[in-house]
Each structure stands twice: as C-alpha cells, then as structure tokens.
Design a protein around this ligand. Structure first.
Ligand SMILES: [Zn+2]
Ligand SMILES: [Zn+2]
Length: 277
C-alpha cells in the first residue's frame, strides 16, 4: 500500500478552522500517516487581517511553533512512526519577498499561496468584492500574473499551493485558462519549488482538486515535483481524498510523490504500478 502523507493543513489557529495542533497531529497518527505537515497561515501585513480571521497573529506564531515542537518531542518519546513537519502557508504579495524570508525562518516547510489581488481576498466568502471590480476573466488573469510573479521571486517558498485557486466558487473564465499552463510550468521549474495536489477543491464548488489535470500534466512535463495536501481546516479532513490525489498525479504522469522532510529537503514515495495493490 502506498505510504500516506498530508503536507498542507490548518487548525483553529487559522482563525477559521477547528481543532488544536495536538488534535491535528493525533488525527494524523490515528490515520497512520507517514508524514504530516502542519502549515498554518502566516501572519499578514498589518491591517490586512485586523481580527486575525484568515491568518495568525504575531504572538500566536510563537505558540504555534512551541506546540509543534512539543508534539514532535512527544512523538519521539512515544517512538511514533509519524514524521511531523513544522510548516507554514505564506501569502505571497508583490514585493514581500524579504519580509517573507524573515517570517518563515523558523519553519521547515513553506507553502506559497496567492489568496489576494491588490491586497483583497479572492477566496474569502465574507468579501468577494474584488471579483465584482475585476470581472471573472479579469480576476483570473490578474491571479495568473501574480502567480507568475511569485514563481519568479519565490524567496523562502518551497511549494506552490493550489495553483488554480480562483476556481473555488466554480467561476470559470470565458477564455481558455490553459493558455497559462506552459508559462506557469516553466516558471515553477525555474524556481526549483514543487507544486501540490490540493484536495480541498474536491470539497468545494471547484468540484475537482487543484490543479486541474492538464495544468498538473504541464508541471510534470516541465520536471516540477509534486506533493499532496488536504488543506484540512480541522481534524476531520486530515488526509482527505488522498487516493484521489494519487490517481490524479498518476494520470498526469507522476510516479512518485515528493514529501518534505524536517531538514528542509525532500524524500519520495513511489506511486509506480508495482506499488499498487
Ligand atoms: Zn491556501
Ligand atoms: Zn491552506
């Protein structure tokens, strides 16, 4: 059986999730995962999230780190087979590379995400007004351009999350979004970062994982390695839809899952035919 991993997850510390860090790690153990990365939302620039509903507060970051180190110590004492990776999901914003490097320094694994256009959320159901101003096509293009900017200046980022996030609400562009696939794949390959199959899309109106098969195929063909994350926002979704993610990776041509390790490196889990039950 393929080793199972989950390299993207949130807890109540996100301000919009549930469960403690300990609850999340216990759930990963219960499921028998080989690797679990907790990747809470990094603190945002002042004023962007005044009530800390989409990201951690600066003082919370320290507690978050301390709790993850406590969990690691507990796992070690108990001789657990679970490898815990101390991660963070960083919002890439234009010009934020240096600040990100400093903020992400204590973390072993850094996801890079574009959730904001002009510092306004694109995937927060409480305020989607940026979609009204840009229009669906305009928003998609602005997203892709910002994403390409991130891939060209990744700073501390090690993996690009949910590369086609704007499909979250099912709002699709009238142009063929695949026109960006090649450019995105080339940019990701040049960055040396990996991408993830993020299964949250299977649980919202996107109705498919991020990224779409053809975009994932472009990443594969460009030599970009790929990992898997549930983007769980509570214990119940840890490792959700893992088998679907493996199937999507296989269809895109991948034969191994890249998995972050606590030393900042990667290891690999085979999803070759022989590994199939
Ligand atoms: Zn995200
Ligand atoms: Zn996330």
């Amino acid at each position: 059986m393929t080793e199972r991993v989950d390299c993207h997850s949130h807890s109540a510390y996100s301000g919009h999730g549930s469960g403690s860090v300990a609850d999340m790690v216990h759930r990963a153990e219960e499921l028998g995962l080989a690797t679990f990365a907790q990747t809470e939302h990094l603190v945002l620039p002042e004023g962007m999230d005044p009530n800390f509903e989409t990201s951690m507060a600066p003082q919370t970051m320290e507690r978050y780190l301390a709790e993850l180190h406590e969990q690691r110590e507990r796992l070690r004492k108990e001789g657990s087979a679970l490898e815990l990776v101390i991660g963070i999901e960083a919002d890439w914003l234009p010009g934020r590379t240096d600040e990100l490097a400093a903020l992400c320094e204590p973390f072993e694994y850094v996801l890079g995400s574009v959730h904001f256009i002009d510092a306004r959320p694109i995937d927060d159901s409480r305020d989607l007004s940026v979609w009204d101003d840009y229009g669906i096509d305009g928003l998609w293009r602005a997203y892709f351009e910002t994403w390409l900017d991130m891939a060209a200046h990744p700073g501390p980022i090690m993996c690009f999350s949910h590369p086609d996030l704007p499909k979250k609400y099912g709002w699709r562009p009238s142009f063929d979004a695949r026109e960006y696939n090649y450019e995105m794949a080339q940019a990701a390959a040049r960055s040396g970062c990996m991408v993830e199959v993020n299964t949250a899309g299977l649980r919202n109106d996107a109705n498919e994982a991020y990224p779409a098969l053809e975009l994932l195929r472009s990443f594969h063909d460009a030599g970009v390695e790929c990992t898997i994350g549930s983007d769980a926002h509570g214990p119940k979704d840890v490792a959700a839809n893992f088998d679907d993610a493996v199937e999507l990776m296989r269809r895109a041509g991948y034969r191994k899952i890249a998995v972050p390790t606590p030393d900042g490196d990667r290891r690999y889990v085979s999803i070759d035919d022989e590994g199939r039950k």
